[in-house]
Design a protein around this ligand. Structure first.
Ligand SMILES: [Zn+2]
Length: 268
């Protein structure tokens, strides 16, 4: 558990293009993370995942909704913020630079320290969605292996294993930015998403590499971002699972189903 001072960050929402501001205030242990919107509160639990989320993790509860919670949730989890009120102005959490680094920097400035909570899971589960597969089984400590597949596009390393006891979230996951393939952009915009997206807040990857000036922040930035998204979705379990996870072609859809299936029924 971390103590911290309240703080706010603001910026554009990547999918709606609208201005968004998010303010985080510590609350009482046991309260959990609660998104406070203009129409009501939304608990950050697996059962609140919007089943219609596309290219993001969105939460719904009653008539209230908040989009793009995953990078913020990953940072809060890692910095031991298990109980907080997250006041949401605008339809989404701001995308900032596309990574979790601005949230990490704000948390560090607010006095938080790395101290992720871990939770036990009961049983082994495997989920298959088309070409994507996710397996989770109880273990002494967390390790997450992911494998991406993007044919004909140079994205750097396609495999990654993250072990929280060995690897540093701040160094290797937090700075990795949201990405899309150049060939996907038209379709994303046509479906009414990505309206706030730009080279300032997303990596756009062409056949021979990123179009962004400066290129990747590190060679394997896309696979690190996928891992960041996996950690952000796992945060909806109330902590990182003591488990071994193997995910082939990870995406929010398969992670949402995994999290819903594994979540303790009392907490969701
Ligand atoms: Zn992401």
């Amino acid at each position: 558990m971390s103590t911290f001072l309240p703080f706010s960050l603001e910026g554009v929402g990547i999918h709606t293009g609208r201005p968004c501001r998010t303010s985080i205030t510590p609350t009482t242990p046991g309260d959990g993370i609660v998104f406070a919107t203009a129409t009501g509160d939304i608990p950050a639990v697996a059962s609140a995942i919007d089943p219609h989320s596309i290219r993001a993790t969105n939460l719904v509860y009653g008539s209230s909704r908040v989009g793009m919670v995953e990078h913020l949730l990953a940072a809060l989890l890692w910095y031991g913020v298990n109980d907080a009120r997250v006041d949401v102005e605008g339809p989404e959490i701001p995308i900032l630079d596309g990574s979790a680094l601005p949230w990490v920097n704000a948390l560090v400035n607010a006095g938080a320290h790395p101290s992720p909570r871990f939770v036990e899971i009961d049983a082994e589960t495997e989920i298959v969605h088309g070409d994507s597969v996710a397996r989770i089984s109880p273990a002494q400590e967390l390790s997450v292996s992911i494998f991406l597949q993007y044919d004909e596009i140079e994205i750097g390393s396609r495999q990654m294993v993250f072990t929280p006891t060995v690897d540093d979230f701040m160094e290797i996951l937090a700075p990795a930015r949201t990405f899309a393939m150049e060939g996907e952009v038209e379709q994303i915009l046509a479906s009414g998403l990505g309206l706030g997206g730009s080279l300032e807040n997303a990596l756009i990857i062409g056949k021979s590499g990123p179009l962004n000036p400066g290129g990747f922040r590190f060679d394997n930035e896309p696979v690190h971002h996928k891992m960041l998204d996996v950690i952000g979705d796992l945060a909806l379990l109330g902590g990182l699972p003591l488990a071994r996870l193997e995910i082939v072609r990870p995406g929010h859809r398969i992670m949402h189903e995994l999290v819903r299936r594994v979540a303790p029924k009392t907490a969701s």
